[in-house]
Design a protein around this ligand. Structure first.
Ligand code: AMP
Length: 422
């Protein structure tokens, strides 16, 4: 299928061509016709699947058709997109700007941690699509600076993470202010019971769209693990990042404090690195992300929440400096590499207390992580992998999954983590 087959108007097709997209991704092929037809959608999709364009393109199309007739009055918005983090809000805003560059649809983004005045000025100028984090939206609503009473389309992106971050009460308050008659699109990487309950409450006759189960990492990613004790981790990380060639490396730390410590050690070892976490000022977060994207600081140490939804092209390595006890988080983390079919390398550090976590990850992804020997000679070998049931015993989702043999083949060809990139 090509974008031309999706009945998108020419200004949107032009923008898509400029982005060099040729074929819609599976979620785009599924969701765009449904959203254009005015249906509510419950989308189960991770970041990296093209889900932003899957909702932004049809929304822009609907608005550009209607906006000639009715411009939203200042302070009243027509499409509200809610998401959990500032970075994701900014990214969605930029996507709307990119895809809508040949339309007259106006968009704005609001999030906390920065002065509200420029955001208020943007709202006063008139906005069709507002991308917001829940806290700042409620704040500005409370001050009477924005009204969501004329919302025609409501989008909840990364709904599971919004719930994890404790936004449910805020979401419920926001929902009391949007009209009952509206189109609602809910996207979530996972579908735990609270999300299904929320979906049941706010969606009307929704069509489920599922692209890839969270337990299916991109087949183009190779996974490896080093058995390393806490005290030896900084040395191993510095060694890997000085001896390995990479385009960008995203390193996950369990804590904010830990992330800062890792940055200090890497900088001392001559590796250009910066931290991204919730204790940093918005200015520092924006700078760290911009310099990571531009390649000026190609190593970013992030916590899970700060990195959620990050869409940076060309991340060659994801390093789990602290292995996560939640296997699904492992899949989210490594979803930052190997995007759009590119190859990626996922390296994990596993301490002797974390063998159970490692096994849980292997069970979820149904594949053993390649055991690597610490090049600095520290630690023992990690325990050998236990057999995991073959992937084919899992229910398959249509279209998005490669065949088992093709994914195996692509993995087998790949050399080990370090030698692949050095
Ligand atoms: P998302 O899942 O929305 O974060 O998108 C992930 C990445 O895929 C972004 O960098 C998009 O620019 C890119 N992308 C989205 N749709 C397509 C497409 N149809 N073809 C190629 N790349 C795409």
């Amino acid at each position: 299928m090509r974008f031309e087959d999706l009945r998108l108007v020419e200004p949107l097709l032009r923008a898509v061509r400029t982005e060099r997209y040729v074929h819609p991704t599976p979620i785009q092929a599924d969701a765009i016709p449904l959203i254009l037809a005015g249906r509510d959608v419950l989308g189960c999709a991770q970041t990296g699947t093209g889900k932003t364009a899957a909702f932004a393109l049809p929304i822009l199309q609907q608005l550009s058709k209607r906006s000639a007739e009715a411009k939203a009055p200042a302070g009243r918005i027509r499409v509200l997109v809610l998401c959990p983090t500032r970075e994701l809000a900014q990214q969605i805003f930029e996507s709307f700007r990119t895809y809508g560059r040949h339309t007259n649809v106006r968009q704005a983004v609001i999030f906390g941690g920065v002065n509200q005045n420029p955001q208020v000025r943007a709202l006063r100028a008139g906005v069709d699509v507002l991308i917001a984090t829940p806290g700042r939206l409620l704040d500005l609503m409370g001050q009477g600076l924005v009204s969501i009473k004329s919302t025609e389309v409501l989008v909840l992106d990364e709904a599971d993470r919004m719930l994890d971050m404790g936004f449910l009460p805020d979401l419920r308050r926001i929902l009391t202010d949007v009209p009952r008659k509206r189109q609602t699109l809910l996207f979530s990487a996972t579908m735990p019971a609270p999300i299904r309950k929320l979906a049941g409450d706010i969606l009307h006759d929704a069509v489920p769209v599922q692209v890839s189960r969270v337990s299916s990492p991109a087949p183009s990613v190779s996974h490896s693990v080093y058995h390393v004790e806490k005290v030896d981790k900084p040395g191993l990380l510095a060694h890997l990042l000085t001896q390995t060639s990479y385009t960008r490396a995203l390193v996950f730390s369990r804590t904010k404090h830990g992330a800062d410590k890792v940055v200090k050690k890497l900088v001392k070892a001559g590796v250009p690195a910066a931290a991204l976490h919730g204790n940093k000022s918005q200015g520092a977060r924006t700078r760290a992300l911009a310099e990571f994207k531009s390649g000026k600081t190609p190593v970013l140490i992030a916590t899970d929440i700060a990195a959620r939804g990050l869409d940076v092209e060309d991340i060659s390595h994801v390093i789990n400096y602290d292995l996560t006890p939640e296997p699904e988080t492992y899949v989210h983390r490594i979803g930052r590499t190997g995007r759009a079919g590119a190859s990626g390398i996922a390296i994990s550090f596993c301490t002797s207390e974390q063998h159970a976590d490692l096994r849980a990850i292997e069970r979820l992804i149904r594949e053993p992580l390649q055991r690597e020997t610490d090049p600095l000679g520290n630690g023992d070998s990690p325990p050998p992998p236990r057999p995991v049931p073959p992937r084919d015993t899992q229910p398959r989702t249509p279209r998005s999954r490669p065949t088992r043999s093709s994914s195996r083949r692509s993995r087998r060809r790949r050399p080990s983590a370090v030698s692949a990139a050095s």
